[in-house]
Design a protein. Structure first.
Length: 172
């Protein structure tokens, strides 16, 4: 299976698992909430604390739970997705932290993903993001988000979709 087909398969599988499976109820924490949203981020350099110089800032829209500004700070990058000799150098893996700020609290996530920088790939990417902490309604939250999309036409940012589930979220 080539990388393009694998990326499409992973995105489809993530979407199917998240949207077609019943909502999981965690007996210890109350309940879980499905997330479906969109985001648009721009690459920024001001106040960028990334050791590899990659930070983005933007907005999450389309979902009341996560609606608001977000930032991403990369902590590392690896050409060939860290698989030199197996994957092309244009497939870049990355890790970092995403913070989504809403009127009711802040959600902090750890992200791991791949980004295809090949000229024929249109800047496609996919991320797996695990909830690491939060404040307000996200205090004590757990869960997983999947982000996928592509670079903007001008190469100055990224846009795409967010799907997943966040558990133990206080009701409004």
């Amino acid at each position: 299976m080539n990388v393009d087909n694998l990326c499409r398969w992973l995105a489809a599988a993530s979407f199917a698992l998240t949207t077609l499976s019943p909502t999981v109820v965690n007996a210890d924490s109350g309940h879980c909430r499905r997330v479906r949203a969109e985001f648009m981020n721009t690459i920024v350099s001001d106040d960028c604390a990334s050791p590899v110089g990659l930070c983005t800032a933007g907005l999450v829209t389309g979902n009341g739970l996560l609606k608001g500004p977000n930032t991403f700070t990369a902590s590392g990058l690896a050409a060939a997705a860290g698989l030199a000799g197996i994957e092309p150098e244009t497939l870049v893996s990355f890790a970092g932290e995403r913070v989504i700020t809403t009127p009711r609290g802040t959600l902090t996530l750890h992200a791991v993903g791949i980004f295809d920088t090949a000229p024929t790939a249109a800047g496609e990417f996919s991320e797996l993001e695990k909830v690491m902490g939060g404040t307000g309604r996200f205090a004590g939250a757990t869960g997983t988000l999947h982000l996928f999309g592509q670079a903007t036409a001008d190469g100055a940012g990224f846009h795409g979709a967010i799907i997943g589930e966040i558990c133990r979220v206080e009701e409004p």
